[in-house]
Ligand binder design. Structure first.
Ligand SMILES: Cc1cc2nc3c(=O)[nH]c(=O)nc-3n(C[C@H](O)[C@H](O)[C@H](O)COP(=O)(O)O)c2cc1C
Length: 243
């Protein structure tokens, strides 16, 4: 079977890297197979240790397995978000002000989990293990996940990586026939974004990049003009299961 060339892409690499946001709201339209092919091609070009390529992707759109997986993972997501919403006090302080970033985030998250069964595409990135788990094994699957999200961005789609699958791991394995030796490494949802991509908000470089030793400023590590900054993490400084 002969292949099909990759579609054209008008987003520069650096622009794409710095403007790919977590997209949790999607139009109710399917992602065409041509786009999925290019997005998954980019994912499968990711690096891995010894080029072993232990990553696999289960791509679920419609059909009985897709519906069942979306229901399972949606229920997991609702449980996780419900816990995080109260643990991180999303209703308190500025969260009680309807137009605050915290309240907007809470609404987006609530809508995301409430309508999870309607996400156009659900992708389960997996890692085929060939040895006992190691701290760095994720480095052979998560770069592929980011390639996938960046390729989606390049073609006008968007998505988000979540850990919603972890609470329903056994049920998912049984449903999709995933062997015990394979790690289901996360959940990626994809679709045509409602809302916009744009510059991501991150801490300023001097907080994140060091020079000669730990904590030592690197004089050249300065953000480009107009960079938007944010403090790290969820509203309160609690560590929770969600990323
Ligand atoms: C390891 C990891 C776990 C994540 N888990 C979740 C999750 O469970 N639910 C969710 O809605 N987003 C999740 N995200 C998305 C992050 O919340 C998001 O990338 C982050 O808040 C920055 O937002 P931005 O990419 O729009 O700038 C996760 C991202 C990563 C890398």
């Amino acid at each position: 079977m002969s292949g099909v060339p990759l579609p054209p892409d008008s987003v520069g690499l650096l622009e794409g890297l710095t403007t790919t946001r977590a997209i949790r709201r999607y139009h109710d339209e399917p992602v065409p197979e041509e786009a999925l092919r290019a997005i998954l091609f980019a994912a499968t070009r990711a690096p891995s240790g010894s080029n072993r390529q232990p990553f696999r992707f289960i791509v679920l759109t419609d059909g009985p397995n897709a519906r069942a997986a979306k229901e399972l993972i949606g229920a997991g997501g609702r449980r996780i978000w419900g816990g995080k919403r109260s643990a991180d006090q999303y209703e308190q302080a500025s969260g009680a002000v309807a137009d605050s970033p915290k309240a907007r985030m809470a609404r987006t998250m609530q809508e995301f989990v409430d309508t999870f069964e309607r996400v156009p595409v659900l992708i389960l990135p997996c890692l085929v293990r060939y040895r006992d788990p190691t701290p760095s094994e994720g480095a052979s699957v998560y770069p592929a996940c980011q390639n996938l999200l960046l390729a989606a961005r390049a073609l006008g789609y968007g998505g988000v990586f979540t850990g919603f699958n972890f609470t329903v791991d056994a049920e998912l394995r049984a449903l999709l026939g995933v062997p015990d030796t394979t790690f289901i490494a996360g959940t990626i949802t994809l679709g045509r974004p409602v809302g916009h991509q744009g510059p991501v908000r991150r801490r300023p470089m001097p907080e994140l990049v060091f020079g000669d030793s730990w904590g030592e400023p690197a004089p050249w590590a300065i953000d480009p003009p107009g960079t938007a900054f944010t403090s790290a993490g969820p509203p309160r400084s609690t560590a929770t299961r969600q990323g």
